[in-house]
Design a protein around this ligand. Sequence first.
Ligand code: GLY
Length: 377
Amino acid sequence: MVGGGIIGLVTAWRAALHGLSTAVVDPEPGGGAAQVAAGMLAAVTELHYGEQTLLGLNLESARRYPDFADELAEASGRDLGYRRCGTLAVALDADDRAHLRELHALQQRSGLAAEWLNGRECRRLEPMLAPGVRGGLRVDGDHQIDPRRLAAALVVACERAGVVFHRTWAERLTVVRDRAAGVRTADGDDLAAGQVVLAAGSLSGRLAGVPDEVLPPVRPVKGQVLRLTVPERYAPFLSRTVRAVVRGSHVYLVPRENGELVVGATSEELGWDTAVTAGGVYELLRDAHELVPGITELPLTETRAGLRPGSPDNAPLLGPTKLDGLLLATGHYRNGVLLTPVTGDVMAHVLTTGELPDEARPFTPTRFAAALTEQPA
Ligand code: GLY
């Protein structure tokens, strides 16, 4: 496994449970984008036009979450911060409301459960909301998990399942007779493997030695995220995730049971830049304040930026590539935390049988190969 973020870890854990001897190469297993992500499990409220195929996989993963969370908590002895709190997506002005109405219509056409509420009903549910909230969508099925706890639990579960960790960078893929045969690490070790899974998040397109035609078309999409703390005297500040699109930008507030309130996220195409900027923090606080004015009273405890692994169609790349022995589990973009359970199951299945299960067939990495070869020289 090249990459020990949540996707690499869940793949390693599930593969080990299927009896495969498994190793993870990563200088800091459990790190990566999960250290920044808010952990919304938002299959319904993050639905976008043109992404109905991805919706199917997102819903399948959301359906598996309760059992997955129980099994992982049991295997690791760790609490995951999995909270079945639901989500309220609200509108602040007439444009937002029209946009949310369209989303609601799309959700209904897709058979998803979402209830339209007027402004007063929204505030009854969440009294801290601004008086100007014009209406919203109540989605009781969009939950949350704490991605840092999820990552830590996956490391423990992997260790207990016998996964070997190499805490170093993978420097290059080793290819022998047109077949992936392992990796060379930055420490100079050659690790042999019958199958190599590239699960390095936004870095997945940069592993040396991977032939150009199978290199995943994954790019970094920066997200800045804030963490605040809700003092006891204000609790419960919010009882569910609250989100909105304010002047075209997504803002969400994710309240944890331990008093942490996560506010995210910017979406910036700036390459490998992970600087937290005054502008990013300002915009998030400005938009969050429009939704929930009381937020300015809360201590701001952390600011951080991470890189989403974006793919050309916003959906993940799962399964075998055209290079024998090389598989991908990357490109999860905005849905990595949500897609963790189904990714683990899909990858364990393909690693043990050689076949993608039905639910993952649309996400084969080879879907981009045709587009690549059709490009003019
Ligand atoms: N899924 C939330 C985000 O990517 O910002």
